[in-house]
Design a protein. Sequence first.
Length: 164
Amino acid sequence: GFVDKTMFIVTRKPLNKCHTILKDIMEHTGDGFTWSHSHNSQFELMKLAWMNFSRRNSAPVSAPLMLLKHNSNGSHTVQMVNTGIVYKYLGIHFDPLLSYKCQVEKVILKATWWMAWLWHISKNTGIPAQHIKQLWNTVAVPAFPYAADIWYIKVHTIPGQKNR
């Protein structure tokens, strides 16, 4: 087995201090790699992702993170973790600016696929419209707003202003 869907978050100024702390979390005795070994749940090194989040309008640029893992046989494994542009974590797509643009695109893609699939099966199989509507409402629609409270910006009106 291996550890899946784990995230380490460090907030600090300047950004390179965060990088040092994350490297320490993973490499030092009693930390990330040691924990995963003692719990018989090894980190899958190829799945590691590295992302910097910034409050600026442009994504911060950083060098890849080089991790040194001490193996049980005394050897070492070096893993270079490149900075990610978009990362999918628990079904949500993150980017360095936390704009969720990719997440919205994926939701639109999923909704379009469902509409095309339902149209296809209704035309080819003759399923009545009421059953297609039931499929849409019970299966398709609940899949769209997954984690919407994180990425969706609610449309709201301001009292006293005209709606546009």
